[in-house]
Design a binder for this molecule. Structure first.
Ligand code: NAD
Length: 260
């Protein structure tokens, strides 16, 4: 299927690895020009080289922290226009809310709620004026089924989700601008491997055994891949997905146990 987005410009945040990289790859395969960001320049340039090797859209890089005003300004400045915005950043650490103070909460809100809102604010009206815009917020399955130790994530991402639910249904909807959440379950990325390893080491368990145990909790009996996450993201950014807005779509191999 031709997604009809060749030649458009996308800003894909936090995209040197994992899910963000999967999204950037899928968009570039469709001929989209991308600006990718990440904090570390080395991994970012390595990913950019992989994307350029696809010989499709133009690939630009911006090294910096997307959760800061300076990081966002640099990312936006590198993109001639933002037709597609993929919001992403590292997730907050696990823990017990009794140990978290105001600064922990502000950091989580900055990264996983206010940064995407700032980027949407900076881009959405121009998208509406041009009559095309796609915003995909990478959030988490925790938005539908909270994960106890990830209270900072549950809280911040739910705040973003609630805000976006209203915005997606405002006057931008009639201008072919859509905003949707893509909710990962368990995907095989550095982040998940680090989390599982830390949990296993803390509990004195074998790391490989813990990884396998985690896998078996998923009805699909496997972890998702950044490739399949990216393909879904690209579809959400497509011409064909113009009637889909304000939705939160779980990609979790069947892990969420609810009917709706
Ligand atoms: P990852 O660690 O594999 O990759 C994260 C990427 O984000 C890297 O490129 C890193 O450089 C970049 N990054 C992190 N913080 C940044 C910042 N402040 N500014 C710029 N770049 C930054 O992680 P992932 O598994 O791809 O996860 C992406 C998001 O999805 C995270 O918020 C994570 O919590 C969430 N998530 C992941 C899973 C999963 O199973 N992998 C499940 C639920 C939610």
């Amino acid at each position: 299927m031709d997604l009809g987005i060749e030649g458009k410009w996308a800003l894909v945040c936090a995209a040197s690895k994992g899910l963000g990289k999967g999204c950037a790859q899928a968009l570039v395969r469709e001929g989209v020009n991308v600006v990718i960001t990440a904090r570390g320049a080395d991994a970012l340039e390595a990913t950019a080289a992989e994307l350029r090797a696809l010989k499709r859209g133009e690939v630009r890089t911006v090294a910096g922290d997307i959760t800061t005003a300076a990081g966002r300004e640099a990312a936006l400045a590198a993109c001639p226009q933002v037709d597609i915005l993929v919001n992403n950043a590292g997730g907050p650490p696990p823990g017990d809310f009794r140990q978290w103070g105001r600064d922990d909460w502000i950091q989580a809100l900055d990264a996983n709620m206010l940064t995407p809102i700032e980027l949407i604010k900076a881009t959405v009206d121009a998208m509406a004026a041009r009559g095309y815009g796609r915003v995909v917020n990478i959030t988490s399955g925790a938005v539908k089924a909270p994960i106890g130790v990830l209270g900072l994530s549950n809280g911040a991402r739910s705040g973003l989700t609630g805000f976006v639910a209203g915005l997606a249904r405002s006057n931008i909807a009639a201008k072919n601008v859509t905003i949707n959440g893509l909710l990962p379950g368990a995907f095989d990325t550095d982040r998940l491997r680090t989390t599982v390893r830390a949990g296993a080491q803390k509990a004195g368990q074998d790391v490989d055994a813990a990884w396998d145990l985690r896998r078996k909790t998923i009805p699909a009996q496997r972890f998702g891949t950044p490739d399949e996450f990216g393909a879904f993201c690209a579809f959400l950014c497509s011409v064909q997905a113009g009637y889909l807005t304000g939705q939160n779509i779980l990609l979790d191999g069947g892990s969420y146990a609810g009917t709706f």
